[in-house]
Write a protein of this length. Structure first.
Length: 173
């Protein structure tokens, strides 16, 4: 059947199309647009959460030991570290972020090398989200264009590799 046939069936199992009625009862199916307000809500959270993280990093003083800065926020010591004596993959991230907001690259790398990469991704998410929020562009389309899935894989692999090296270094010393 033609897409302008008034008796046309909607495309099967497709949430990608929406009916558009023309005068005379003709119906055409056109791709549905992402809801602008839903995108704006998504962009708002992708803006405000990284911004809060970066602002929080400015409010703490990096611990000279390379980890433990998060305790300034009222959080307890790392349970994994307390129980095993081995730092968890997240140990030193708050300290690393606190160094990065101060431009102290070597201190950030000492605290947790993965924290440098994670900070940069967190920091640059802020302007990307601000632009997306302003334009109301679809979040998923933008993340796909930016290859967010590849960044997530890279961050995951880097986190694991850095942790393995840190654990090996601790066990061998």
């Amino acid at each position: 059947m033609s897409s302008t046939d008034p008796h046309a069936e909607p495309p099967e199992a497709s949430h990608q199309a929406a009916p558009l009625s023309f005068g005379g009862g003709h119906v055409a199916y056109v791709p549905a647009r992402s809801s602008s307000w839903v995108s704006r809500v998504g962009w708002f959270f992708l803006f405000i959460i990284p911004l809060a993280v970066v602002i929080t990093a400015t409010q703490v003083t990096p611990a000279p030991e390379g980890m433990g800065t998060h305790q300034q926020l009222g959080l307890p010591p790392c349970g994994f570290l307390v129980v095993t004596g081995i730092p968890c993959p997240g140990c030193g991230l708050t300290t690393s972020f606190a160094h990065m907001v101060r431009g102290q690259f070597s201190g950030a790398t000492f605290a947790n090398p993965f924290g440098v990469m994670l900070f940069l991704v967190t920091f640059f998410t802020i302007p990307v989200a601000a632009i997306g929020l302003y334009k109301g562009s679809p979040v998923l389309d933008t993340l796909e264009r930016l290859h967010a899935e590849k960044w997530a894989i890279l961050l995951s692999i880097t986190s694991i590799l850095v942790w393995v090296v840190r654990v090996a270094r601790q066990l061998l010393s």
